[in-house]
Unconditional design. Structure first.
Length: 572
């Protein structure tokens, strides 16, 4: 006898009634029983692959999810999707694939769920773009869903200190400047990444993992535990139970992802000194629900949020330290106690954010997370900028920055490679403002990260002595005065594409301004003479992306999202 009434579930189309006999035949071929076919089908989607340590543990964790689904009366159906791992794609043309992969992940999960009429989704992700991509698909489909982060890597040790992959990128710059021997660089590269898991600071993966708990799509504490720890499997098993409970309650992602929960997500990014990439991913997640939440909205939240997490790259600690201090819930608890979060937002547990954290006691015997009454700074670790150089906005991470103002002459490059070559050759001057343009979503195409360039600068000891501005973006591991997401991008005729060497650039991260000392008339004259720049990507996936991608301030999305819907998959 069927325990579940599937009359309103998507899987009725492939498992109920005589017309579904061919579909059931396929399931019987895979060893399923009549009882299993009669139960809700749960997609267990992972970004497992052998591309990098970020995703290597996800196969193991998926089995624990499936165990939980089965125990709760569901039938799990495992599938995988792609990732492009930024640490390996970085510093060459492969990075053009990175942001595009976010859309491919969301699209491929959507297609698999639609094509097979699955009733719920547990999504496991490890590398930077896979986290927002998986969350985007959950909100888009609006079937009951639980997000699981694959977990952080353990820190490496080099000369007695904790190190991460960022130290290796910065080691390249130090080596180029003669400040690190080839031998030391070799030792560092062998020591930096001692386990599976995502990059160990508050870089993009850990930033979006923090978001997953704060926004309510992930179970409390589930994002904090390092990837190698088998205790992660208990959270995965609980996720399997949670998705079945959500189906029974008809608790869906759009009940959870609201304007208020998106503001909560922005708060934890700012408070933790998180990645500027959140300024892309939060608007993209919002778009799936038809919620207007732009870079300007994200930055408004950033500006009113205190910075309280002493995490790398701006601070001292790595993700394992946060886990040992009490995990992401202590960050959320501090912000709830300080009145910075909407505690009434629903979460995947069926309880509100405040209810989930009611019994969390903020530990006073640690200094990884500070109380909001004693912040590292009163303004968030990430802030927005506007001005005649960025009429549509820009974003900069100021966590750990000693100075918030900079004025200097522009040194213009039309690709990242040109700038990286100059940096490694030390062909620039202290006080320069390095401009990397035509690297936006459309102009790149693909909006590359610039970690190789920024790390090389820091490794040379020049991280705070020059500024870098781009219509591309930066890694969550970037340090220094690095401004990204400048809009409009150069490919759309934005002011960044009109700059010439020697133009004076003025940055004030405290006031939130980004200006070039040129008159409106001069900018208009240059705009009239400007011509679009062709790319070498005139076919294939990256070309397709460039045809549809929108502005960075709106999330660099490729479809209308919830605003354009006439149906939602969950209701088909």
């Amino acid at each position: 006898m069927t325990r579940w009434d599937k009359s309103n579930l998507p899987s009725r189309h492939v498992s109920v009634g005589p017309k579904s006999a061919p579909h059931r035949a396929f399931y019987y071929a895979m060893g399923l029983t009549d009882e299993e076919v009669s139960q809700p089908f749960i997609g267990v989607a992972t970004t497992w692959n052998e591309a990098a340590p970020c995703n290597i543990t996800l196969m193991r964790q998926a089995q624990a999810v499936k165990k939980g689904v089965k125990a709760a009366g569901g039938t799990p159906r495992e599938f995988t999707t792609i990732t492009v791992t930024d640490g390996i794609a970085m510093g060459h043309a492969g990075m053009k694939s990175s942001l595009v992969s976010r859309e491919v992940i969301a699209d491929s999960v959507e297609l698999t769920m639609r094509g097979h009429s699955y009733d719920g989704l547990v999504g496991l992700a490890g590398c930077d773009k896979s986290l927002p991509g998986m969350m985007m698909s959950m909100v888009r489909l609006n079937v009951p869903s639980v997000f699981i982060y694959g977990g952080s890597i353990l820190p490496g040790k080099f000369h007695g200190k904790d190190v991460t992959i960022i130290d290796v990128f910065e080691g390249v710059g130090a080596n180029a400047a003669g400040n690190m021997t080839d031998s030391d660089l070799n030792v560092l590269e062998h020591a930096a990444c001692p386990s599976g898991g995502s990059c160990g600071g508050q870089f993009t993966a850990n930033t979006m993992a923090t978001v997953s708990e704060a926004i309510g799509l992930a179970l409390p504490y589930s994002a904090s535990t390092p990837a190698p720890y088998e205790s992660r499997d208990a959270f995965c098993e609980r996720a399997g139970h949670a998705v079945m409970e959500a189906i029974s309650k008809n608790l869906r992602p759009r009940d959870i992802v609201t304007r208020k929960s998106l503001e909560n997500a922005a708060v934890v990014v700012a408070a933790s000194g998180g990645s500027t990439n959140a300024g892309l991913h939060l608007p993209a997640i919002a778009n799936e629900a038809g919620i207007d939440f732009s870079l300007a909205d994200v930055c408004e939240v950033f500006r009113r949020t205190p910075y309280i997490a002493d995490l790398k790259p701006g601070g001292r600690y790595v993700a394992k330290d946060l886990y040992e201090a009490g995990g992401i819930p202590i960050l959320i608890k501090a912000l709830l106690d300080g009145g910075y979060l909407h505690g009434d937002c629903m979460t995947i547990t069926g309880k509100t954010l405040a209810e989930n954290h009611a019994d969390v006691v903020f530990p006073t015997d640690q200094d990884v997370i500070r109380p909001t009454s004693d912040p590292l700074s009163t303004t968030g670790g990430v802030v927005g900028l506007n001005g005649n150089l960025a009429p549509d906005g820009a974003i900069v991470k100021i966590a750990g920055q000693k100075t918030l103002q900079f004025r200097g002459p522009a040194r213009c490059f039309d690709t990242e490679e040109e700038c990286l070559t100059a940096v490694l050759a030390q062909d620039f001057s202290e006080g320069d403002v390095l401009i990397i343009r035509y690297e936006g979503p459309k102009g790149g195409p693909g909006m590359r990260e610039m970690l190789s360039t920024t790390s090389a600068l820091y490794g040379q000891g020049m991280g705070e002595k020059v500024a870098l501005i781009t219509d591309g973006r930066f890694s969550g591991g970037t340090r220094g005065f690095c401004i990204g997401h400048v809009g409009p991008e150069a490919a759309d005729g934005g002011p960044i594409g009109l700059l010439q060497d020697g133009d004076m650039i003025v940055i004030d991260a405290e006031a939130g301004t980004l200006e070039v000392e040129l008159s409106d008339d001069e900018l208009a004259t240059r705009k009239a003479a400007w011509k679009p720049r062709m790319t070498d990507y005139n076919s294939g996936t990256i070309w397709k992306y460039a045809q549809t991608v929108g502005q960075a301030r709106l999330g660099a999305v490729t479809h209308p999202g919830g605003h354009g819907e006439t149906h939602v998959f969950a209701d088909l």
